[in-house]
Design a protein around this ligand. Structure first.
Ligand SMILES: Cc1cc2nc3c(=O)[nH]c(=O)nc-3n(C[C@H](O)[C@H](O)[C@H](O)COP(=O)(O)OP(=O)(O)OC[C@H]3O[C@@H](n4cnc5c(N)ncnc54)[C@H](O)[C@@H]3O)c2cc1C
Length: 396
């Protein structure tokens, strides 16, 4: 435990307080299965194929990985997860995890679903944010074309304007409902277009406080400079900067594309370099807190301890609404539950959507939890520690 804070992420009793022995054992079996690299690879492919063939595997998926990592198939089904988290003062961020089919009809449908999440969050203290991905609202190829400054046809210009209208409709509703919203970060070849949309929305809606938060992926070596630049612009233009800090989820894809196309890799050369930039970004945000609202979207314990220390050093109250911690549902409960118990602002992404549509998300989570170099995943070890602790208490 770090000096200056009263939080320990090793406290598994608090981390799994909400889980009965039977639930904990179910988690143990699930994470034990995911520990096996081969099983995740083969199992993932088999389940996907079975779903595509309409074989009756949905029930199995729903009772296992889906139930652990997702709120439900709809907002209504996610109520159970929202309530469970709220009992422990942890916020829920309803994350509609369906990737659109790429046509105008599906983009409109996604916008409408996202507006429903905003309505659900309106006046709901424990749904503190909404969230969306711009690729759910605008064609990814069009985003790339805009970024590459390629000439657009009249139809493409109209499509982009419709997409911007969808982004604005969500941000406007969030402003009106008083619900801050995260704009998720995506691949570097579309990120500049996403950034510009986010800046436009911040200038419109962040005048009284931050409603729109852009996401900064600190695995990109240029992002700290970008945060500093965006902060200076926000101060100059009289709005608050909203920033979600993450390390970044598309490293392999980014490196592969850069190599294939022969441009410099936008990603830091090492994990340590990404860690340093993430931590420097935390220092910058805390140091400029009078004009920045931010959220640390991370499962990294050292960065989370650092943020706790920084808050103490700068006399920032745990429940100051300008600082949030965030993790994904079904992961790093040792961070979420311990932070919430100590009075810090914490919210978890609660993904939801039809089982078939969230399969790519579930497979990413399963892959993240396989053993690395023979070492069991961190989640698995935490569950085991808590089971051992409970056993020891019973035998005392
Ligand atoms: C609430 C929340 C919201 C998120 N939103 C987004 C989002 O909008 N966009 C997005 O892209 N991701 C998002 N993520 C995912 C995030 O970017 C990370 O992939 C994930 O959280 C793992 O990083 P970490 O900080 O939790 O911890 P760690 O496990 O300490 O870090 C792992 C990360 O370090 C980086 N890394 C690993 N190896 C190397 C290497 N060799 N060189 C350089 N860097 C390396 C990678 O980014 C990797 O994901 C979100 C995560 C959370 C918890």
């Amino acid at each position: 435990m770090n000096i200056g804070t009263k939080v320990s992420f090793d406290d598994t009793a608090i981390a799994f307080e909400s889980k009965s022995d039977a639930e904990l054992y179910k988690m143990y079996l699930l994470f034990k299965m995911m520990n096996s690299n081969a099983l995740v690879k083969i199992g993932g492919t088999l389940l996907n194929t079975a779903l595509n063939l309409h074989l009756p595997v949905k029930f199995i998926i729903k009772q296992t990985v889906f139930n652990h990592f997702c709120g439900g198939e709809t907002i209504e089904e996610s109520e159970r997860a929202i309530r469970e988290l709220s009992r422990y003062h942890i916020g829920a961020i309803l994350d509609y995890s369906v990737e659109g089919e790429g046509d105008e009809k599906s983009f409109d449908a996604t916008r409408d679903e996202l507006l429903r999440t905003v309505e659900k969050a309106r006046g709901h203290a424990l749904i503190p944010f909404s969230v969306f991905k711009v690729t759910g609202l605008i064609d990814i190829n069009l985003l790339e074309k805009v970024q590459a400054r390629q000439e657009l046809t009249a139809d493409e210009r109209a499509a982009f304007e419709r997409g911007r209208g969808r982004v604005n409709a969500i941000c406007r509703r969030c402003h009106e409902a008083g619900v801050p919203v995260f704009v998720d970060a995506e691949e570097s070849w579309i990120q500049e277009t996403i950034d510009h949309l986010a800046y436009e929305m911040m200038a419109l809606y962040n005048r009284e406080r931050a409603i729109v938060y852009n996401t900064y992926q600190m695995y990109r070596h240029d992002r700290l400079d970008v945060i500093k630049r965006d902060y200076a612009t926000a101060v100059q233009e009289g709005y608050y900067l909203g920033a979600k800090l993450v390390r970044g989820a598309y490293m392999e894809k980014e490196r592969k594309r850069a190599q294939a196309m022969g441009y410099p890799d936008p990603i830091n050369p090492t994990k340590e370099a990404s860690d340093k930039l993430f931590d420097d970004a935390l220092r910058f945000c805390i140091g400029h807190i009078n004009h920045i609202y931010f959220c640390a979207g991370t499962h990294n314990e050292q960065s989370s301890y650092l943020l706790l220390d920084l808050m103490t050093e700068h006399n920032i109250a745990p429940n100051d609404r300008r600082v949030y911690f965030s993790q994904l549902y079904g992961m790093s409960d040792n961070l979420s539950y311990n932070l919430a118990k100590a009075g810090y602002n914490v919210a978890k992404y609660v993904p939801y959507g039809p089982v078939e549509a969230v399969m790519p998300y579930l497979l990413r989570r399963a892959n993240e939890n396989t053993a690395i170099a023979g070492q069991s995943s961190r989640e698995f070890n935490l569950i085991k520690s808590e089971m051992d602790r409970r056993r020891a208490v019973r035998h005392r």
